[in-house]
Each structure stands twice: as structure tokens, then as C-alpha cells.
Design a protein around this ligand. Structure first.
Ligand SMILES: C[S@@+](CC[C@H](N)C(=O)[O-])C[C@H]1O[C@@H](n2cnc3c(N)ncnc32)[C@H](O)[C@@H]1O
Ligand SMILES: [Zn+2]
Length: 271
């Protein structure tokens, strides 16, 4: 089996010039093409986010998640699992199944946040597979690290989803739950998901969005007032530009009396 460091060098690329990287001593990586130096924290999070690759809304949301990671962690890892009687985790498992992963596969979790998807994906690819979680917020990744450190084959990288520091056509599946609605460069993020997926790989994107059929109902109107992001639509046009669009599914997490998270799910495949 390959060493972890060798595996990392195999899939990591400089987000500025796509050059390959080498490890320098003391937790640093250097691009062999443009010379840019990247750091690896003592707990193994690889920082592949030069400041020039963060702009507009991405910077605002990065700051927001950096400041609110603890609350997010508490909500998603403590309160919601109890409050929804595990329904939210089961929904994530159902969405992840659509990736059609097999043991030994490599999977990318875009905007992994505090790592809620990581154990689900790790279980699917097993000990010989690879799970890579990418997020723009270092504070969110520090919580994800609590989960990732239980495994040998889960890597965490700080990066912008629209400028992935990853090799072309490498992953057998690309997963994304929550975030894309607010990305500054949404179409670029979709293009990147297709770029790093291998031909034939599935891409599954889930984010807030209320089924258009419910928008004019009393309950729909109430939900739309609660959160402006519920009016978001799935990025179908962007997907059609870069790969094979398969379908959209609309759903509401929890149940029809206690609506918690209306969402869309888009399935696509790399040609
Ligand atoms: C709603 S949370 C979802 C986290 C996780 N996927 C989950 O299901 O719990 C959104 C995440 O997107 C990240 N994010 C926002 N903009 C990003 C970008 N441009 N690139 C990468 N991550 C981003 C945030 O830091 C945050 O962790
Ligand atoms: Zn470079």
C-alpha cells in the first residue's frame, strides 16, 4: 500500500498553476512549477488557499463559517441528530448512495464543513479507498479533523471549491451537501467538480431549495420567509454546460408537519 504522503502528492496540484508539489521539511509543500509554498498544520490539514483565490461572497462566508464553526458543529453533530431521530444522517446516506461508489474508490466531499459526510463516505469506500474533504474554512475543517483522524485514508484540505488543488479525472465520485448556493463562482465550482471526476463518475449536489410546486402554498410562503436561500434553484444550466445532467429531486428534510430543510438534489455524470 502507498504511504499517505505519496498518495497526497499523487492527487494534489497547485491551485494557481496546476503544477505538481513536493514536500519540504517542517510541514510545507512547494509547487514544482511556480514555486508557491503551502503549509500543512500540525494536525495534518493541508492549506491550499492562497489569498488571491478568495473573493466577494466566498470571503464573507469563509469569515462567517470561521466565526460560527463551533455552533455549526454543535447543531449538526449534537442537536439535529437527536431532534431528527437520525433522519438527517439517513438522508445523507441515501444521497451518498447515488454516487455508486465501490470499495477501494476515491471520493471527494466538496465543502466538507465539519465533516458530517466523512464517515458515510469512508464506510462506502472502505479502508483501501480514499476520502478527500475540501473546505474554505479552517475552523470548520478543525472540527472535521476530529472525525478524519480516526481513519488513515481521509485527507482534509483548505481550498476554494472553485479552484480545486486537485488532479484532473482522479475521483470516482464527487459529493456536495450545502454551500453551492452562496459560492461566488458557482459555475466554476461545477466545472471543477467535473474536471476532477474521472469519466463515468457520478456527481451529486444537494443544497437548500424549495420545490417550485410548493412555493405558492401557505406553507411554502412561510418557508421562503424563513430563509431567502430556500428560493435557490438547482444549477442545472451550469451542469449541462460541463457534463451530463441526469435529474433533479426535491425534498424536505424531517417531515411535512415540522419542515426543517427543503432541498434540491442534482445528479450528474462526467462524460
Ligand atoms: C452549509 S455548510 C455545509 C457543510 C457540510 N457539507 C455539511 O453537509 O454539513 C457550507 C460549507 O461550505 C463552505 N464553503 C463556503 N464557500 C466555499 C467555497 N467557495 N469553497 C469551499 N468551501 C466553501 C463553508 O466553509 C461551509 O463549511
Ligand atoms: Zn504553482
Amino acid at each position: 500500500m502507498q504511504q499517505y504522503d505519496e498518495v497526497v502528492l499523487e492527487f494534489l496540484r497547485c491551485p494557481l498553476c496546476r503544477g505538481p508539489l513536493v514536500f519540504l521539511d517542517k510541514g510545507k509543500l512547494q509547487c514544482t512549477k511556480c514555486g508557491h509554498v503551502y503549509s500543512v498544520s500540525s494536525d495534518g490539514i493541508i492549506d491550499m488557499l492562497p489569498d488571491s483565490l478568495v473573493s466577494g461572497r466566498d470571503r464573507q462566508w469563509m469569515k462567517w463559517y470561521d466565526e460560527n464553526a463551533e455552533q455549526y458543529y454543535r447543531l449538526f453533530h449534537r442537536i439535529i441528530p437527536i431532534f431528527t431521530l437520525g433522519l438527517e444522517t439517513r438522508a445523507r446516506r441515501k444521497w451518498a448512495k447515488l454516487l455508486e461508489l465501490r470499495k477501494g474508490d476515491r471520493v471527494l466531499d466538496v465543502a466538507t464543513g465539519t465533516g458530517k459526510n466523512l464517515p458515510i463516505l469512508r464506510k462506502m469506500v472502505g479502508e483501501n479507498g480514499l476520502v478527500v474533504g475540501v473546505d474554505i474554512s479552517i475552523s470548520m475543517l478543525r472540527y472535521a479533523r476530529k472525525i478524519a483522524k480516526k481513519y488513515q485514508n481521509v485527507a482534509l484540505i483548505r481550498a476554494n471549491a472553485s479552484h480545486l488543488p486537485l488532479k484532473d479525472s482522479y475521483f470516482d465520485g464527487v459529493f456536495h451537501v450545502g454551500g453551492i448556493n452562496t459560492f461566488e463562482e458557482k459555475e466554476l465550482a461545477i466545472k471543477e467538480m467535473f474536471r476532477v471526476a474521472r469519466p463515468g463518475a457520478k456527481i451529486v449536489i444537494v443544497d437548500e431549495g424549495l420545490d417550485p410546486k410548493l412555493r405558492n402554498t401557505k406553507r411554502g410562503q412561510k418557508l421562503l420567509k424563513q430563509n431567502a436561500l430556500y428560493s435557490s434553484l438547482p444549477p442545472v444550466d451550469e451542469i449541462k454546460k460541463h457534463g451530463n445532467y441526469l435529474c433533479v429531486e426535491w425534498g424536505i428534510l424531517l417531515n411535512k408537519w415540522l419542515a426543517f430543510w427543503p432541498y434540491y438534489l442534482v445528479e450528474a455524470r462526467k462524460p
